[in-house]
Design a protein around this ligand. Structure first.
Ligand SMILES: Cc1cc2nc3c(=O)[nH]c(=O)nc-3n(C[C@H](O)[C@H](O)[C@H](O)COP(=O)(O)O)c2cc1C
Length: 245
Protein backbone atom coordinates (compact mmCIF):
# COMPACT_ATOMS: atom_id res chain seq x y z
CA UNK A 1 0.00 0.00 0.00
CA UNK A 2 1.40 3.41 -0.98
CA UNK A 3 1.87 6.13 1.62
CA UNK A 4 -0.08 9.38 1.51
CA UNK A 5 2.93 11.36 0.35
CA UNK A 6 5.02 11.02 -2.81
CA UNK A 7 8.50 12.14 -3.85
CA UNK A 8 9.89 13.64 -7.03
CA UNK A 9 13.14 12.10 -8.24
CA UNK A 10 15.13 13.67 -11.06
CA UNK A 11 17.99 11.81 -12.71
CA UNK A 12 20.14 14.21 -14.75
CA UNK A 13 23.10 13.68 -17.07
CA UNK A 14 25.92 13.37 -14.56
CA UNK A 15 27.95 10.28 -13.87
CA UNK A 16 26.48 8.00 -11.20
CA UNK A 17 22.97 7.36 -12.52
CA UNK A 18 23.11 4.12 -10.50
CA UNK A 19 22.60 6.27 -7.39
CA UNK A 20 19.37 7.61 -8.88
CA UNK A 21 18.07 4.12 -9.63
CA UNK A 22 19.03 3.01 -6.15
CA UNK A 23 17.03 5.86 -4.62
CA UNK A 24 14.06 5.01 -6.85
CA UNK A 25 14.15 1.43 -5.55
CA UNK A 26 14.53 2.57 -1.94
CA UNK A 27 11.62 5.05 -2.13
CA UNK A 28 9.39 2.38 -3.64
CA UNK A 29 10.42 -0.11 -0.96
CA UNK A 30 9.49 2.51 1.63
CA UNK A 31 6.04 2.58 -0.05
CA UNK A 32 6.32 6.05 -1.55
CA UNK A 33 4.97 6.78 -5.01
CA UNK A 34 7.72 8.35 -7.14
CA UNK A 35 7.36 10.97 -9.88
CA UNK A 36 10.49 10.16 -11.88
CA UNK A 37 11.92 12.61 -14.42
CA UNK A 38 15.00 11.65 -16.42
CA UNK A 39 16.64 14.41 -18.46
CA UNK A 40 17.62 13.64 -22.04
CA UNK A 41 21.35 13.61 -21.05
CA UNK A 42 20.32 11.42 -18.08
CA UNK A 43 19.09 8.79 -20.53
CA UNK A 44 22.37 9.11 -22.43
CA UNK A 45 24.40 8.45 -19.28
CA UNK A 46 22.16 5.48 -18.40
CA UNK A 47 22.97 4.12 -21.83
CA UNK A 48 26.67 4.73 -21.34
CA UNK A 49 27.15 3.61 -17.73
CA UNK A 50 24.55 0.87 -17.32
CA UNK A 51 24.29 -0.45 -20.90
CA UNK A 52 20.63 0.46 -20.98
CA UNK A 53 18.61 1.37 -24.09
CA UNK A 54 20.80 -0.74 -26.36
CA UNK A 55 18.22 -0.39 -29.11
CA UNK A 56 18.48 3.37 -28.88
CA UNK A 57 16.44 5.90 -27.09
CA UNK A 58 14.34 8.22 -29.17
CA UNK A 59 12.21 10.52 -27.10
CA UNK A 60 10.42 11.83 -30.18
CA UNK A 61 8.84 8.44 -30.81
CA UNK A 62 7.07 8.40 -27.50
CA UNK A 63 3.38 9.08 -27.42
CA UNK A 64 2.22 10.97 -24.36
CA UNK A 65 -0.74 9.97 -22.27
CA UNK A 66 -2.35 11.65 -19.33
CA UNK A 67 -2.25 9.75 -16.06
CA UNK A 68 -3.53 11.33 -12.84
CA UNK A 69 -3.15 14.72 -14.47
CA UNK A 70 0.50 14.11 -15.30
CA UNK A 71 1.70 13.64 -18.86
CA UNK A 72 3.91 10.57 -18.69
CA UNK A 73 6.27 8.86 -21.06
CA UNK A 74 3.96 6.07 -22.12
CA UNK A 75 6.65 3.99 -23.73
CA UNK A 76 6.53 0.78 -21.73
CA UNK A 77 10.08 -0.07 -22.75
CA UNK A 78 11.64 2.93 -21.01
CA UNK A 79 10.02 2.06 -17.67
CA UNK A 80 10.77 -1.61 -18.17
CA UNK A 81 14.42 -0.85 -18.96
CA UNK A 82 14.67 1.08 -15.71
CA UNK A 83 13.12 -1.81 -13.77
CA UNK A 84 15.37 -4.35 -15.51
CA UNK A 85 18.43 -2.29 -14.68
CA UNK A 86 17.42 -2.09 -11.02
CA UNK A 87 16.97 -5.84 -11.00
CA UNK A 88 20.29 -6.46 -12.72
CA UNK A 89 22.42 -3.97 -10.82
CA UNK A 90 20.78 -3.45 -7.45
CA UNK A 91 19.04 -6.63 -6.43
CA UNK A 92 20.63 -9.27 -4.26
CA UNK A 93 19.27 -12.81 -4.24
CA UNK A 94 17.92 -12.34 -0.74
CA UNK A 95 16.13 -9.16 -1.77
CA UNK A 96 12.36 -9.08 -1.75
CA UNK A 97 12.57 -7.62 -5.26
CA UNK A 98 14.03 -10.88 -6.52
CA UNK A 99 10.56 -12.31 -6.35
CA UNK A 100 9.13 -11.52 -9.78
CA UNK A 101 5.66 -10.75 -8.42
CA UNK A 102 7.00 -8.19 -5.96
CA UNK A 103 9.32 -6.77 -8.56
CA UNK A 104 6.55 -6.36 -11.13
CA UNK A 105 4.51 -4.44 -8.58
CA UNK A 106 7.24 -1.76 -8.64
CA UNK A 107 5.96 -0.63 -12.04
CA UNK A 108 2.81 0.74 -10.42
CA UNK A 109 4.82 2.65 -7.84
CA UNK A 110 6.36 5.20 -10.16
CA UNK A 111 5.57 7.26 -13.21
CA UNK A 112 8.13 8.37 -15.77
CA UNK A 113 7.45 11.99 -16.63
CA UNK A 114 8.72 13.78 -19.71
CA UNK A 115 11.06 16.64 -18.80
CA UNK A 116 9.44 18.79 -21.48
CA UNK A 117 5.93 18.63 -19.96
CA UNK A 118 5.71 21.72 -17.83
CA UNK A 119 1.95 21.32 -17.52
CA UNK A 120 2.49 18.30 -15.26
CA UNK A 121 0.77 18.35 -11.88
CA UNK A 122 4.10 18.48 -10.05
CA UNK A 123 4.94 21.77 -11.81
CA UNK A 124 2.54 23.46 -9.39
CA UNK A 125 2.59 24.07 -5.67
CA UNK A 126 -0.96 22.77 -5.53
CA UNK A 127 0.35 19.16 -5.63
CA UNK A 128 0.09 18.79 -1.87
CA UNK A 129 0.90 15.08 -1.89
CA UNK A 130 4.50 15.84 -2.89
CA UNK A 131 6.69 15.70 0.21
CA UNK A 132 10.01 16.58 -1.37
CA UNK A 133 12.41 16.11 -4.23
CA UNK A 134 15.86 14.71 -4.87
CA UNK A 135 18.09 15.34 -7.89
CA UNK A 136 20.39 12.30 -8.10
CA UNK A 137 22.86 12.64 -9.72
CA UNK A 138 22.75 16.37 -10.39
CA UNK A 139 24.81 17.69 -13.31
CA UNK A 140 26.48 21.07 -13.06
CA UNK A 141 24.11 22.23 -15.79
CA UNK A 142 20.95 21.34 -13.85
CA UNK A 143 22.53 22.67 -10.65
CA UNK A 144 23.14 26.05 -12.33
CA UNK A 145 19.67 26.24 -13.85
CA UNK A 146 17.93 25.30 -10.59
CA UNK A 147 20.08 27.79 -8.64
CA UNK A 148 19.07 30.55 -11.07
CA UNK A 149 15.37 29.62 -11.09
CA UNK A 150 15.34 29.07 -14.87
CA UNK A 151 12.42 26.58 -14.70
CA UNK A 152 12.83 25.73 -18.38
CA UNK A 153 12.03 22.04 -18.01
CA UNK A 154 10.03 19.94 -15.54
CA UNK A 155 13.09 19.12 -13.41
CA UNK A 156 14.00 22.78 -12.96
CA UNK A 157 10.39 23.86 -12.43
CA UNK A 158 9.60 21.09 -9.93
CA UNK A 159 12.73 22.00 -7.93
CA UNK A 160 11.71 25.66 -8.04
CA UNK A 161 8.23 24.76 -6.74
CA UNK A 162 9.59 22.52 -3.97
CA UNK A 163 11.78 25.39 -2.76
CA UNK A 164 9.04 28.00 -2.89
CA UNK A 165 6.72 25.67 -0.99
CA UNK A 166 9.44 25.22 1.64
CA UNK A 167 9.60 21.49 1.08
CA UNK A 168 12.76 19.42 1.19
CA UNK A 169 15.02 19.60 -1.88
CA UNK A 170 18.10 17.36 -1.86
CA UNK A 171 20.59 18.05 -4.65
CA UNK A 172 23.37 15.51 -5.21
CA UNK A 173 26.05 17.04 -7.44
CA UNK A 174 28.65 14.92 -9.21
CA UNK A 175 31.66 16.69 -10.63
CA UNK A 176 35.33 16.92 -9.78
CA UNK A 177 37.24 19.16 -9.45
CA UNK A 178 34.84 22.03 -8.87
CA UNK A 179 35.25 25.52 -10.32
CA UNK A 180 34.04 28.71 -8.67
CA UNK A 181 30.84 28.70 -10.75
CA UNK A 182 29.90 25.25 -9.37
CA UNK A 183 30.73 26.33 -5.82
CA UNK A 184 28.77 29.59 -6.07
CA UNK A 185 25.74 27.76 -7.47
CA UNK A 186 25.88 25.24 -4.61
CA UNK A 187 26.10 28.02 -2.04
CA UNK A 188 23.22 29.85 -3.71
CA UNK A 189 21.02 26.73 -3.62
CA UNK A 190 22.01 26.00 -0.04
CA UNK A 191 21.08 29.57 0.92
CA UNK A 192 17.69 29.02 -0.72
CA UNK A 193 17.01 26.05 1.53
CA UNK A 194 18.25 23.05 -0.49
CA UNK A 195 20.41 20.35 1.03
CA UNK A 196 23.60 19.91 -0.98
CA UNK A 197 24.61 16.27 -0.67
CA UNK A 198 27.60 15.58 -2.95
CA UNK A 199 27.96 12.00 -4.15
CA UNK A 200 31.08 11.44 -2.05
CA UNK A 201 30.91 8.07 -0.29
CA UNK A 202 32.61 7.51 3.03
CA UNK A 203 34.91 4.54 3.52
CA UNK A 204 34.79 4.24 7.31
CA UNK A 205 32.16 1.54 6.94
CA UNK A 206 34.65 -0.55 4.94
CA UNK A 207 32.64 -1.11 1.74
CA UNK A 208 33.43 -4.34 -0.08
CA UNK A 209 31.27 -3.96 -3.14
CA UNK A 210 29.92 -1.25 -5.41
CA UNK A 211 26.54 -1.97 -3.81
CA UNK A 212 27.95 -1.08 -0.39
CA UNK A 213 29.09 2.28 -1.76
CA UNK A 214 25.77 2.93 -3.51
CA UNK A 215 23.80 1.92 -0.40
CA UNK A 216 25.85 4.31 1.73
CA UNK A 217 24.94 7.27 -0.49
CA UNK A 218 21.30 6.16 -0.82
CA UNK A 219 20.99 5.89 2.95
CA UNK A 220 22.40 9.39 3.39
CA UNK A 221 19.93 10.77 0.84
CA UNK A 222 17.03 9.02 2.62
CA UNK A 223 18.28 10.51 5.90
CA UNK A 224 18.20 13.97 4.31
CA UNK A 225 14.65 13.35 3.12
CA UNK A 226 13.82 12.37 6.74
CA UNK A 227 13.03 8.79 5.72
CA UNK A 228 14.07 6.28 8.36
CA UNK A 229 16.27 3.55 6.95
CA UNK A 230 18.89 1.00 7.84
CA UNK A 231 20.35 0.40 4.42
CA UNK A 232 23.88 1.48 5.34
CA UNK A 233 26.25 0.95 8.21
CA UNK A 234 26.32 4.00 10.44
CA UNK A 235 29.36 5.29 12.27
CA UNK A 236 28.78 4.80 15.95
CA UNK A 237 32.05 6.08 17.30
CA UNK A 238 35.25 4.20 18.07
CA UNK A 239 33.72 2.59 21.11
CA UNK A 240 30.49 1.67 19.39
CA UNK A 241 29.80 -1.14 16.99
CA UNK A 242 28.82 -0.79 13.38
CA UNK A 243 25.14 -1.06 12.73
CA UNK A 244 25.46 -4.25 10.66
CA UNK A 245 22.91 -4.62 7.91
C1 LIG B 1 28.81 9.92 -20.06
C2 LIG B 1 28.63 11.33 -19.57
C3 LIG B 1 28.96 11.64 -18.26
C4 LIG B 1 28.80 12.93 -17.78
N1 LIG B 1 29.13 13.19 -16.49
C5 LIG B 1 28.90 14.41 -15.98
C6 LIG B 1 29.15 14.67 -14.59
O1 LIG B 1 29.59 13.79 -13.84
N2 LIG B 1 28.84 15.89 -14.12
C7 LIG B 1 28.32 16.89 -14.91
O2 LIG B 1 28.06 17.97 -14.41
N3 LIG B 1 28.10 16.67 -16.23
C8 LIG B 1 28.37 15.46 -16.79
N4 LIG B 1 28.11 15.22 -18.12
C9 LIG B 1 27.67 16.36 -18.97
C10 LIG B 1 26.15 16.60 -18.87
O3 LIG B 1 25.45 15.45 -19.30
C11 LIG B 1 25.76 17.80 -19.73
O4 LIG B 1 26.31 18.99 -19.19
C12 LIG B 1 24.28 17.95 -19.88
O5 LIG B 1 23.99 19.11 -20.64
C13 LIG B 1 23.54 18.05 -18.56
O6 LIG B 1 22.15 18.19 -18.85
P1 LIG B 1 21.02 17.93 -17.76
O7 LIG B 1 21.41 18.69 -16.56
O8 LIG B 1 19.78 18.46 -18.41
O9 LIG B 1 20.92 16.46 -17.53
C14 LIG B 1 28.29 13.94 -18.63
C15 LIG B 1 27.94 13.62 -19.95
C16 LIG B 1 28.12 12.34 -20.40
C17 LIG B 1 27.73 12.01 -21.82
Amino acid sequence: MTKKYSYILAITGASGVIYGLSLLKALIEHSYFVHLIVSEPGFTVMKDELDMFKNGYNNEDKAKISNNGNPVISNFDAKQEILNSIKLNLTSSSDIASSDAAFNSYAGMFELLDEKFLESKIASGSAKEVKGMAVVPCSMGSLARIACGISGNLIERAADVVLKEKKRLVVCPRETPLNDIHLKNMLSLYSSGAIILPLIPGFYNKPKTVSDIVDFMTGRILDSLSIENDIYKRWEGYNGKYNEK
